[in-house]
Design a protein around this ligand. Sequence first.
Ligand SMILES: Nc1ncnc2c1ncn2[C@@H]1O[C@H](COP(=O)(O)OP(=O)(O)OP(=O)(O)O)[C@@H](O)[C@H]1O
Ligand SMILES: [Mg+2]
Length: 458
Amino acid sequence: MDLSRVFDLRLHGMDDQALERSVRRFNREREARIAAEELLEQKGRELYKANTRLQDLLENLDEKVRQRTEELRIALAEAQRANRVKTDFLAMISHEIRTPMNAVHGVAQILKNEDLPDNQIKLVDLMLQSSTSLLAIVNDLLDLSKIDAGKMKLEIVYFSVAQLSQDIKELFSAKAKKKNLDLIIEQTVESEIVVAGDPGRLRQILINLIDNALKYTVSGSVTLGISVFDIDPDTKSFCFTVVDTGPGIPEDKLDRLFSRFDRIDIKSSHNIEGAGLGLALCKQLAELLNGKIGCDTVVGRGSSFWMTVPFKVAGNAPKKIEEPQRQTVEPKTMTRALRILVAEDNIANQVIVRVMLEKLGHLVDIAADGNEAVAAVKLLDYDVVFMDMQMPNLGGMDATEQIRALPHRNNNVPIYALTANAMDSDRVRCLDAGMTGFLSKPVSRLDLIATLNELDIG
Ligand SMILES: Nc1ncnc2c1ncn2[C@@H]1O[C@H](COP(=O)(O)OP(=O)(O)OP(=O)(O)O)[C@@H](O)[C@H]1O
Ligand SMILES: [Mg+2]
């Protein structure tokens, strides 16, 4: 405390003791103020440093974010590339397996119709069953990889849902009977209702669901239910349910039910064949159809798989109703053997189609490409030509156009395309190119019989 302040206090008549107390208090306050100022200064310095650091960080942050974004972009591109490679590989390998597998399947079909000793019948049945399930897996894989690659396209045609459900029932009736299960259809859909949609994909989903229901149910029934609700004047929502009295699925397994390669490890599915692809495919196909799919299930009582799909009603549009699937057909009695040309480059397929046709009593010539097919038609009067679409040198489509353009009486020979995918839009192109019809590969004996019956010759 300075002297002038002491005198001041004396003037105000303060005694010595009070003066001393006052001086001590002032001194304490001054020390406290100095300490506070030092603290403030120190904090100020720290704040300044922190601020500088923050500014540095801020300046770097932009750069860091840019760097990190670039790293993530590269990692994403790499992951996408790896995924594409995986998808392509899967598609390629499935395709490569399918061709020879079709041949094995075809040979088994031929043998099945031979007069075989009992012990060989069992072996051929086993071969037929195994090739059927392997083909189903390969086809599922091909479909899944097509969906992954965004290449799965819907084929929109007009069709009757009621008709489709009847076709499916027929398809499974033998299987249900064999397992002693009741296969029931409960539907409120009028058969006149014609909708625009992809019947092939819808059929594929329902077939998978019913196949599972029949596969996993030991006794009781499998019911396909179909109901319809109006969404707006043009659109109806179809609700499909496949209800079984099977083992049901534990609740904690439900979340991975629709994942790929996921088989639920329950006692009842222990010895049952399957790759765990069916439901994954169903889900993706349902989404492709703008639909939803799910499952309600109680262990020990059964499962109810449901799917809702919207379809535009056909209204007054021209109704091109999908042909019902061919069922059991018997060969018509022909008065003479037909002379048939098979244009096909794959040797295994050549053998299979030839043997199937020869077994039906017909005469078969083989052309290994389109050029040979055109030359053969010029040379001989064939009753019918079966034409593979993809052949070296000259494909089936071009060969057909050349045959139709021949200044020759054989230019109107019936030509049936053999196409790998019956739902492909190149079926339409087949007809545009002048073909009479098409058969989907792998060609079955029944398809050949039905086609020859259609021809009305012989
Ligand atoms: N109706 C059902 N009742 C009981 N379990 C079922 C039923 N449907 C499916 N599951 C269970 O869900 C699993 C997955 O079914 P999903 O159809 O995907 O494969 P999968 O039938 O095993 O083989 P895939 O269909 O490829 O031949 C099955 O392995 C089975 O355990
Ligand atoms: Mg299945």
